[in-house]
Design a protein around this ligand. Structure first.
Ligand SMILES: C[S@@+](CC[C@H](N)C(=O)[O-])C[C@H]1O[C@@H](n2cnc3c(N)ncnc32)[C@H](O)[C@@H]1O
Length: 324
């Protein structure tokens, strides 16, 4: 391609170029002319396809997430009249715009990019990684932002140690085979003085007990089959609960019974309800955690200045400065 026709490198892509590393030999990577990367030392290639560089060959256990985010690409993205994801981000990350403005941030498990959308709006430069093809969706959704997405695994990230000012991971690590190990894997990429923020499913609830029984069946289904089933079951259960609530006397109790027997997400928006219910019943791994547990993990990483968010279990901590 003649030089004049080559896309101009954004400041973020130059910054990412400086921190991206080979998974095999840790060498700095060269970008190739197609938007992928090549290791000059061991010659390993990380191809660009469908708009992003791929640091994994397949989605592994996260294929249901790939299906989900390809199907519901923009359902949770904020727009002018709707700032639901920003509200969730504030509650689940305990971050404020000042924590992110001007910072290089890693969104670990970015999904379709709803929180990266908020972070870039607050002035952060964000690198999003996701094990599933959701990373492609995020790249498309945030094409006009200071954002770069890679398909990559939090257990083997292609970055130099101490690359990021802030790392957040919201609703992700409980979907890995080992939540504690995943959190501790992220610590390596955080600069001293940087913030590590996580939100995990709460171990304090008990409404999901019945869903664990249903999950034994739903996890055996193909994503397409489960989605087809939920397209019928979710409106049925939701409308039944709404109808029961209108009945005098025991109406609310009956609605709650239906909810406990077949837990579904109860947001007003039908698409959001479908998306979150599908997510709940399809994710292969789904662990739940307590503050005690997560604080222990943070303490074992010597994190300081620990805070909790508004919605359990949300924890943030600061990596100590060297010598402090
Ligand atoms: C429930 S979604 C949350 C997405 C996003 N954080 C949000 O809240 O919209 C969980 C995401 O974690 C990703 N994920 C699971 N295991 C991962 C891993 N080992 N490395 C990177 N991403 C992973 C899934 O592919 C999925 O997109």
């Amino acid at each position: 391609m003649p030089i004049a026709e080559r896309p101009v490198q954004s400041p973020l892509s130059a910054e990412v170029q400086a921190i991206v590393r080979c998974l095999s030999c840790d060498s700095r990577l060269d970008s190739d002319q197609y938007g992928g990367f090549l290791c000059p030392a061991c010659k390993r290639v990380y191809p660009n396809s469908r708009g992003i560089a791929h640091f994994v060959d397949e989605q592994h256990y996260a294929a249901s997430f790939g299906f989900q985010w390809q199907r519901y690409q923009q359902t949770q993205l904020d727009h002018d009249e709707h700032r639901e994801s920003e509200r969730h981000f504030l509650e689940k990350s305990a971050l404020r715009p000042d924590d992110l403005t001007g910072k290089l941030v890693l969104d670990a498990g970015c999904g379709a990019g709803r929180f990266a959308e908020v972070a870039t709006r607050w002035g952060a430069r964000v690198v999003g990684v996701d094990l599933s093809t959701a990373a492609e969706v995020a790249a498309r959704n945030l094409a006009d932002r200071d954002f770069i997405a890679f398909q990559a695994d939090v257990f083997a990230l292609p970055f130099a140690p101490e690359s990021f000012d802030v790392i957040y991971s919201i609703g992700v690590l409980q979907h890995t085979p080992d939540c504690e190990a995943a959190l501790k894997a992220l610590d390596k990429y955080l600069k001293p003085g940087g913030l590590l923020v996580v939100w995990l499913y709460s171990g304090y609830n008990n409404w999901y007990r019945f869903s664990d029984i249903w999950r034994r069946c739903t996890l055996k289904m193909k994503p397409e089959t489960l989605h087809g089933l939920l397209k019928v079951a979710v409106p049925l259960s939701y409308n039944l609960q709404q109808g029961l609530k209108r009945l005098p006397l025991a109406g609310h109790r009956a609605a709650n019974l239906v909810y406990h027997l077949f837990p579904i997400n109860r947001q007003k928006d039908h698409e959001a309800r479908m998306l979150d219910t599908f997510d709940w019943y399809s994710a292969k791994y789904q662990s739940k955690h307590t503050y005690e547990q997560v604080f222990r993990w943070y303490e074992s990483m010597s994190m300081e200045d620990m805070r909790v968010g508004e919605v359990p279990v949300a924890v943030r901590g600061r990596k100590p400065l060297r010598g402090s």
